[in-house]
Design a protein around this ligand. Structure first.
Ligand SMILES: C[S@@+](CC[C@H](N)C(=O)[O-])C[C@H]1O[C@@H](n2cnc3c(N)ncnc32)[C@H](O)[C@@H]1O
Length: 440
């Protein structure tokens, strides 16, 4: 029996797992406390070592499965659970898709929209094309990897089933070669985006100047040999970029018989997988079909604005000035800048007002995971006929969708896209139509 915190953190215990929470942790309840056990499945009896307590929840490391679930399979990665990247590798894909769908159904229960959920699109292993690694250089030794789930420790990735093979190859190259270009002991982050013609690297320096940390000439000639397109160094709010192999272009596909691209800025947002991006664009374009004036709220560097601008006038809004500069490059490249308005605004604090929005035929909204509560309040007042909401968080989506449904909108469909295989996350694209105009 567990009696005090200190003891809880010292000893391995036996737990019966009651359910899996939204983050994918097995949960056991004992002594009015929640024990969260990543990797454990419902109804299993397991041994686990309490590791840390956050908000009265005790996070435990799974050490032994005494009575396994019928759904358990042998995981295919030795770093599973420790590395912190995947939540699920101990179940097969169809189990995980069912779990995500059930979660979507439970979460949207209040919305009464179950019958409008389209079949889920799933993606392959090794499809993730962006990642941020932690790096530590101490006395000639360099470690690069993901931060461990339980300790402040960098986990080496050697083989990873989630990352795109080219990203993994570049990771391995940096792991084996970067130390010869580092001059002093330092912790930093390495952010890599893969686009079709190569990779884009940002070294995010927590302190110090890149000139004092790296042997720049060495580093640049190494990265050129690896076909890196651009390297940048982030020092606080400042970013210093060096183009190496030409432009960083993200090919979105072919529209109106021409290839269209975005130009993501250093470290800029990129949908995590290429095929997920293609699927999102397809559903967004079908959702706004026929619209001649479209607002793209939380537009980033234009993954959605650029394809939409092929057939519509655009109003594009985001708070990231670098992404907007990439977006403008994209709009110029496609000769759409003259019929587009690009606005730099913090939409979570100051939403675009309904008087501005009500000129639109449709609104596309793709907020960060916390959703867009204030902006949705303006949207319902605008009475715009079509809203396409793209979300990576079904909790905030449920809250925002309920506001739309309670204010004259009806859901036409929701498309689940499993952009994050082996994790608890799910991307959705949804279309709402105004059925009862509240236009002010
Ligand atoms: C999920 S991304 C979507 C980007 C774009 N639709 C795409 O597919 O590439 C969310 C975007 O919201 C932007 N963002 C985050 N917080 C914001 C805020 N407070 N106001 C406006 N934009 C914000 C980010 O810069 C990012 O571009």
């Amino acid at each position: 029996m567990i009696t005090n915190i200190k003891k809880e953190l010292e000893e391995e215990h036996e737990f019966k797992v009651s359910y899996i929470d939204n983050q994918g942790n097995g949960v056991s309840l004992s002594n009015n406390k929640k024990f969260l056990i990543p990797g454990a499945l419902k109804d299993e009896t397991v041994l686990a070592q309490p590791m840390k307590i956050i908000n009265r929840k005790v996070y435990c490391k799974l050490t032994k499965i005494k009575f396994p679930s019928n759904f358990r399979i042998k995981e295919d990665c030795s770093k599973f659970i420790t590395c912190g990247g995947c939540n699920f590798r101990q179940v097969n894909n169809s189990w995980l898709q069912n779990w995500k769908l059930k979660k979507l159904l439970q979460k949207t229960d209040s919305l009464k929209i179950q019958k409008k959920i389209l079949p889920m699109t799933t993606l392959k292993n090794n499809s993730r094309r962006r990642a941020t690694f932690s790096a530590n250089y101490q006395n000639g030794r360099l470690n690069i990897g993901f931060i461990s789930r339980f300790q402040e420790k960098i986990i080496d990735l050697k083989v990873c089933k989630v990352l795109d093979k080219n990203l993994l190859r570049l990771y391995n190259y940096l792991k084996n070669n970067l130390e010869r270009s580092i001059k002093k002991n330092i912790n930093f982050k390495i952010q890599i985006n893969l686009v079709d013609n190569g990779s884009d690297i940002v070294f995010d320096l927590l302190k110090g100047s890149f000139k004092n940390i790296f042997e720049i000439d060495n580093l640049i000639s190494d990265l050129i040999s690896e076909s890196v397109l651009r390297v940048s160094f982030k020092e606080g709010n400042k970013i210093f970029s060096f183009p190496l192999h030409g432009e960083v272009r993200n090919k979105l596909g072919i529209l109106n018989n021409k290839t269209i691209f975005t130009f993501p800025p250093p470290g800029g947002f990129l949908q995590p997988t290429k095929s997920g991006e293609t699927e999102i664009i397809k559903y967004v374009l079908s959702g706004i079909k026929g619209s001649k004036k479209v607002a793209d709220l939380f537009c980033g560097s234009g993954t959605l604005s650029i394809p939409i601008s092929e057939n519509a006038k655009m109003m594009c809004v985001d708070s990231n000035i670098d992404s907007l500069s990439g977006l403008k490059d994209g709009l110029k490249f496609h000769n759409k800048i003259d019929k587009s308005e690009v606005i730099h605004q913090n939409l979570l604090h100051v939403p675009i007002s309904y008087q501005v929005l009500n000129e639109m035929d449709s609104i596309v909204i793709n907020p960060p995971s916390k959703g867009a509560f204030r902006q949705i309040k303006e949207i319902i007042k605008s009475g715009v006929k079509i809203i396409v909401y793209v979300s990576c968080n079904i909790n905030s989506f449920e809250r925002d969708a309920l506001i739309l449904l309670n204010n004259g909108y009806e859901l036409e469909w929701i498309k689940p896209i499993d952009q994050f295989p082996n994790t608890n996350h799910l991307e959705i694209v949804s279309k709402f139509n105004m059925v009862k105009s509240e236009k002010i």
